[in-house]
Design a protein around this ligand. Sequence first.
Ligand code: HEC
Ligand code: HEC
Ligand code: HEC
Ligand code: HEC
Ligand code: HEC
Length: 485
Amino acid sequence: MSEEATKPARRQVHVGVLIAIAVIAAGASAAITALIANISERKGEARTTYSQVVALDEKTWDPAVWGQNFPVQYDAYLGTAEFTPTAHNEALVTRTPTAEDDRTATTASKLEQDPRLVTMWSGYAFALDYRHLRGHEWMLKDQQTTLRVLMKDQPGACLNCHASTPPVMDELGNGDQLAGFAAMNKMPYSEASALAEHPIACVDCHDPETMNLRISRPAFAEGIKNLKASEGIADYEVNKDATDQEMRSYVCAQCHVEYDFAGEDKTLTFPWNNGTDIDDVWDYYQEIGFTDFEHKVTEAGIVKAQHPEFEAWSAGVHAANGVSCADCHMNYERVGAQKVSNHDVTTPMTDVKATCGVCHTASEQVIRDRVTTIQNRFVASRDRALDSLTQLIAAIEQAKSDGTPSDQLELAKKYQNKASFYIDYAYSENSFGFHAPDYFARIITTSLDMSRLGQLALLGVPEEQLEPSDVAKANAEHVAETGLK
Ligand code: HEC
Ligand code: HEC
Ligand code: HEC
Ligand code: HEC
Ligand code: HEC
């Protein structure tokens, strides 16, 4: 109450936002048509504008060679080496180089900023080192030098999303990428990573003959095939069946997704057999009995979630309207007579006019405030759920030393796992709620509820009494019937 009384201007901003959203809604379909027209027009330009300086083929791995034909894209691509600050990832921290790690600066430690994460992941490698992300040029170096790699044995499967792997798979499989993928996954990380020469490169996303977008990662091809099968589409082959607009997100979904390493062979796997919604993924992990680690304090088996940007985007209003990752993160720009995609992949917020402004006519300030509001509300909700989880962990620890009956402890640990996976999913998604605000509200509420049920379990409330009510069950059935969770 008192907050609102001292900040009357806030209300006006909110009204402004509502008007902006109404305007957005009205302009949306026109904007999409215009954009599609843009894309085909640009394709026409591309065909006439580029002259081939060097011939590219399936074995042209070095991005510098591609850069001779496409200097604009190449220069921008190199620009990802430079740090771009955001509201939640404000600055790099300097460090003194060592023999093992010659970096002079890293991104800030999320563990230092939020020690609750150390409690959540107690006993797991993530509790050793977990940092903010930065641009693509750093992906290999930052992986080779994280304490998660230096202090723990990791498999070659880690490399899939942190290097240009087509040459690595080619070498290991003697020209057979799938065989190379299998070999790379199960070898020790240090050996696999020694074979890598570049972070993500042109060949990872482009067909060298046509420059069309192309999927190079076996795990995504398999994951999307399973996902389509769950939707009743058999034998989906992404490089043949996906539309051009879908590819503008799929190339990113090769890496910006939740994953696991299956079995002894450490096969990189995307858990999409039931769908990409978090509930489908959770069910899948339950079905196969998968956990990532045993919690050191409570001994609960825990599933860790990782950067589900593609899944969150899939659940949002932009995906529903056919707006791709590239539309926001690789905006078109005019360079001389050419119209090119910005290959300096980073936050869209540094140039809102060039990114959001293509479709949204609201003022830059209104758009910025909208993003800030979404992110602020997200963080506020996330805080409640993460506080609750750390309190549940402390309560289980206490209950263990108090001699609480084991069936109560086991039930509480089951709830801890689900509370942890759901809040971790929200935490490790890197848009701070923006990609799908209402989806994250559902996820965070679920986590909060699981922590609450865990606490009740410790008090001795039997599982039957913790079931959803009949009304809640009926509502859930109704939601399932709409197919729009
Ligand atoms: C399915 C793709 C994928 C796999 C497999 C993968 N990563 Fe990543 N990794 C990413 C993406 C995407 C990011 C950037 C988003 C982020 O930081 O959350 C990232 C970020 C990172 C970072 C920088 C931020 C941080 O977490 O400190 C490190 C270090 C890292 N990964 C290490 C690893 C290690 C070690 C493995 C193997 C256990 C691994 N990665 C496997 C996709 C992957
Ligand atoms: C080969 C795996 C891979 C692919 C493909 C990939 N990314 Fe990334 N991306 C990463 C990793 C890993 C990082 C984090 C690197 C680090 O922190 O060192 C990252 C970082 C980022 C960042 C943070 C940049 C910054 O300035 O902080 C953005 C934004 C991003 N990716 C978006 C995308 C988009 C959009 C696409 C598709 C056009 C894409 N990525 C494709 C693995 C990938
Ligand atoms: C409608 C625009 C839009 C679309 C579409 C979109 N994003 Fe984002 N993304 C954003 C915004 C806004 C942020 C928050 C940036 C910030 O906080 O500065 C963000 C943040 C991110 C980040 C963290 C970037 C950073 O520098 O901290 C990554 C990684 C990312 N998005 C990847 C993706 C991927 C992958 C896709 C497609 C599956 C995608 N995004 C689709 C707008 C979009
Ligand atoms: C993460 C994936 C990714 C990587 C890596 C990548 N590109 Fe692209 N590139 C794209 C996307 C997405 C587009 C837009 C394609 C479309 O819509 O048809 C694109 C478009 C292009 C185009 C068509 C003209 C334009 O700018 O839209 C050229 C040329 C190009 N890229 C060159 C390169 C070169 C050279 C490299 C390496 C230095 C590279 N790309 C690396 C994703 C990537
Ligand atoms: C290629 C077009 C396009 C781009 C680029 C784009 N948007 Fe959108 N945006 C849309 C469409 C279409 C909708 C849906 C409008 C509707 O449902 O009526 C939408 C909806 C929204 C909404 C309402 C969300 C909701 O849940 O209803 C917000 C907020 C938004 N966009 C912000 C952004 C921001 C911020 C950016 C830049 C980072 C951006 N958009 C970039 C097309 C775009």
